[in-house]
Write a protein of this length. Sequence first.
Length: 287
Amino acid sequence: MSDPDPSDAPPSGRLRSFFGFRRKPAPVEPVSAATNGETPPHNPHEMRLRLAEFQDLRVEDVMVPRAEIKAVEVGIEFPELLKYFAEVTHSRLPVFRESLDDPIGFVHMKDVVSELAKGEEPMKRPLEKLHREVLYVPPSMKLTDLLVKMQSTRIHLALVVDEYGGTDGLVSLEDLVEEIVGDIEDEHDDEEAMFVRRSQRIWEADARTEIDDFAEETGIDLALEDNDTDFDTLGGVAFALAGKVPVRGEVLEHPTGVEIEIMEADARRIRRVRLRTPEMPAPAHQE
């Protein structure tokens, strides 16, 4: 008797099999808005909650949008390809011909290194030979289905295409895993400051920045005195003002007049915000 096909199992069973989770007798509660749009801590209980929510998510909820995709043109020469890999610090890059709407696959850094290790004269247009097959998936595809597809095909990068064949975004196996275990940082990830000043009136900040820390450093106090929601971070402030997890590009106005623009967010949490303080009126000239 042959083993059952894992793709025939229900989504929850396929996920438990993939990640090694066993069924628990206690029911798993759904993730609620009580997280205030903030990234929950890394612990087994939160991972089980994330796993429960994962089954309802679709590709469009987690994909990297087209504008943020790092990719290379198939005609790039070897030195420029190496330089670009060093700049973007990704192990896989989509490969295209004329534009992102004409992709042909992706290139893996280890294939480039293997070619370099041969000690021969590098190919002039290495990606004609080195590119690999990439998955093409619709935005509406469930993450559980994509996870199984990546597992069965051993292709860990997918381009998200619309009904006309245009490229909408990109999603990797790491993106899917991070939806369950939280952000994964490796030795190549730079540790960025929690917030930086971009101009006299503009700040950019990680949504996990503590309200008190931001106020202490900048003099801008964004605490909401008349709000019953319990939060301590800038992401929590944005969540309270919007009444939900706001979408990328949404601009919220704080009672102090500070504008909070959502720079990065997905369906579950806010990642990064831009804060713009009110323009101060010019001082009146005294006669």
